[in-house]
Design a protein around this ligand. Structure first.
Ligand SMILES: [Zn+2]
Ligand SMILES: [Zn+2]
Length: 286
């Protein structure tokens, strides 16, 4: 009996500790990814932040940290915030853009390498990722440069407190270590918005070209997603889009939502435009 009591109290103690850990984890998550407003606290704010998260991710909006909500929060993801004060509309499910875009459409990128694959393979993957966006918005043109000084876009790999390409200062947003099913970091990469051009991969992660069920992350997927940010797209609440915040394995294909997003910023080539596209609608069309 005595042992039973000890066992039962240990169990309850464990459960309480777990719950506390989970609440702390969730509150950190909501603050890191833009769901709580700074300078405010209290349970009402926490509930409204949980609701916003559930709404963004298409979960039942309960305001409670249920298992589905926590499961979604534990998925490895991009470090860029999902919500930004004054620039969110979650009523519609669609892409979202930043306030700015590149004024020029011919952009040069410089890249350094991570530890996981040969340099030539990484260079090929990054080039392929850029091409997906220029195929969707053909005004965009990306060329690689080997001179940092002439680069618009700077792709680099770093760990924890990191810098970028040579000459770049310390990034204000340190990485959180390798992600894993038993905890650890969540963030795989982050990127800055136009016309900043910095794209940082977390080199504590294990990257392969397409990722694996054993936990390696898809460099091509993460690269296409982060380049979307570089070009001016924010996270989309359309599940299945490349700009959805969490990572997937395999080679991504731009979703209609991503294509609409990038074309809203950079359009199509002028010579592809027919009079209808220029706004001269035939009668009966809308
Ligand atoms: Zn992102
Ligand atoms: Zn960084």
């Amino acid at each position: 009996m005595f042992f039973l009591v000890i066992f039962a109290s240990l169990f309850l103690f464990q459960a309480a500790v777990c719950e506390e850990d989970e609440t702390e984890f969730a509150l950190n998550y909501l603050s890191n990814f833009g769901y709580t407003s700074h300078g405010r606290s209290g349970s009402n704010d926490a509930i409204s932040a949980i609701k916003k998260f559930q709404e963004f991710f298409g979960l039942p909006v309960t305001g409670r940290l249920d298992e589905r909500t926590l499961k979604e929060m534990r998925k490895p993801r991009c470090g860029v915030k999902d919500l930004v004060v004054g620039k969110n509309s979650m009523r519609v499910k669609r892409y979202s853009t930043w306030w700015t875009k590149w004024r020029k459409t011919s952009l040069k990128y410089y890249m350094t390498y991570g530890d996981d694959m040969s340099e030539s393979k990484q260079a090929r993957i990054i080039a392929k990722a850029f091409k997906m966006w220029s195929d969707a918005a053909p005004k965009l043109r990306f060329t690689r440069t080997f001179r940092v000084s002439e680069a618009d876009i700077k792709v680099s790999f770093g760990r924890r407190e990191h810098y970028g390409v040579p000459g770049e200062g310390k990034c204000y947003d340190p990485f959180d270590g390798k992600s894993g099913i038993f905890g650890g970091g969540l963030v795989l990469a982050h990127a800055f918005f136009p016309e900043n051009g910095r794209l940082h991969f977390d080199d504590d992660e294990k990257f392969t070209e397409e990722g694996s069920i054993w936990g390696a992350k898809s460099l091509i997927h993460v690269a296409v997603h982060e380049i979307g940010h570089i070009l001016g797209l924010r996270h989309s609440n359309v599940k299945g889009s490349v700009m959805w915040p969490t990572a997937s394995r395999g080679t991504p294909k731009l979703h209609d939502d991503d294509i609409k997003g990038i074309r809203s910023l950079y359009g199509m080539l002028e010579q592809h435009l027919t009079p209808n596209h220029l706004g001269f609608l035939s009668p009966g069309e809308d």
